[in-house]
Design a protein around this ligand. Structure first.
Ligand code: SAH
Length: 384
């Protein structure tokens, strides 16, 4: 460890952001390795966890929410877990430094410009959340103002003040979300400044990211995660690879040069639009994207008897589906690499795959989210 641990965050007991704030970083790694072993140990040895070199200020996507207290005073910060009560946070130790600084500016602009704050009960008012995405070096920043109305009062004053204070902002988007839902982003984006997306560099490639597209939130650890996934995939020049739950195409694109072709599927249409663009930017021609439900896509591929050598799967926390796994078994790729952010659902899915013709070769955890209790694991399987 060649950094000085920060003081414990003063709001960590209330704020839901870091469940492991009170554990030293090496103890956090032990805890996560144990969680991985508890869930996946029955399939084989879980190797040493890949920790972060520096576990603070890593989140490249962060948001804060606005609301009012019982006296009607404006509050801005994170929600107390399972509630919509807001805990003000001055400096979040997980958020990028740019995000912390921009949040403080937006909070003071809300006051000075007297912008109204969205009320979740009456569905009235303007400012609801602010989301900030930063590129790896924080030279490019996207600010998404999530509001209850497309009409932005004092818009010019707000934008000018924000840009003046934070010249690294490359784009500002107004996202309209008037619905009574817990999702942060609504469907409508209005670009107020710049291009409406940011570009980032990862594993030597350039990726464009729109407001609602999924993108791994920890650059340094993602590069280690993808390297591990590539290693586990054991690619050969003639391999046909499927990148399922592909987001903006990051895993597939970093594998494309080592195989014959990549077929990638993702359900979010903005992410697929980014993915297609990203393949062009990086001049990758042997990758094809499909905007579809991954399970339906796999069933279609199995019916078409598509030849496939390696399937990469990186589903959301809920894991994959039996439909997907059944079709995967039918497609019968020689190797499967399963990247997961939830070892509980991964265990469930591995039980299926090991029952129907696959064996687990290697298991490793990567700490993508220091100070939180989230555990990311990568498992390599091969056909028996
Ligand atoms: N592999 C990518 C994304 C992983 S996150 C990366 O490393 O960046 C999981 C992705 O699965 C998200 O982009 C989400 O939009 C997508 N997804 C969720 N449900 C899906 C489904 N039923 N079919 C296809 N994609 C889905």
């Amino acid at each position: 460890m060649n950094y000085k641990p920060l003081k414990i965050c003063p709001v960590s007991d209330l704020c839901g952001g870091c469940q492991l704030q009170h554990l030293a970083y090496d103890r956090q790694l032990e805890y996560k390795l144990n969680t991985a072993r508890k869930n996946l140990g029955s399939f084989g040895n879980v190797e040493e966890i890949v920790g972060a070199d520096y576990p603070y200020f890593y989140r490249n996507k962060v948001q804060i929410s606005f609301g009012t207290d019982y006296k009607g005073r404006v509050l801005a910060g994170n929600y107390v877990p399972s509630t919509h009560t807001i805990v003000p946070v001055k400096e979040c130790q997980l958020a990028s430094k740019s995000a912390n600084a921009i949040f403080n500016t937006v909070i003071s602009l809300q006051k000075s410009l007297k912008l109204s704050v969205f009320d979740e009960h009456s569905l009235q008012g303007f400012l609801r959340h602010v989301l900030v995405r930063t590129s790896r070096d924080e030279e490019k920043v996207m600010v998404v103002i999530v509001a209850g109305s497309p009409v932005f009062p004092k818009k010019t004053g707000f934008i000018n003040a924000l840009l003046k204070k934070h010249p690294n902002i490359s784009t500002i988007v107004l996202n309209v979300n008037k619905k009574h839902i817990s999702m942060i982003l609504g469907e409508r984006n209005i670009v107020l400044y710049g291009r409406g997306y940011i570009e980032d560099e990862l594993c030597g490639y350039t990726f464009r990211i729109s407001p609602s597209s999924f993108y791994q939130i920890n650059h340094a650890q993602t590069e280690k995660l993808y390297k591990l996934a590539r290693e586990y995939a054991g690619l050969k020049k003639n391999d046909i690879v499927m990148d399922t739950y592909c987001g903006i195409g990051t895993i597939g694109m970093t594998m494309a040069e080592s195989c014959q072709k990549v077929l990638a599927v993702e359900i979010n249409k903005d992410a697929i639009r980014d993915a297609v663009k990203n393949a062009k930017i990086n001049r990758i021609e042997n990758i094809e994207f499909f905007c579809d439900d991954a399970s339906r896509f796999m069933v279609n591929m199995a019916e078409k008897k598509q030849k496939v050598d390696v399937v990469i799967m990186d589903p959301p926390r809920s894991g994959s589906t039996e439909k997907f796994l059944k079709a995967l078994v039918k497609l019968s790729p020689e190797r499967v690499v399963y990247v997961s952010c939830n070892p509980v659902t991964q265990k469930r899915d591995l039980k299926y795959l090991t029952k129907f013709g696959y064996e687990v070769r290697k298991i490793k955890a990567v700490d993508m989210f220091p100070f939180t209790d989230h555990v990311e694991t990568v498992v390599s399987l091969s056909r028996k």
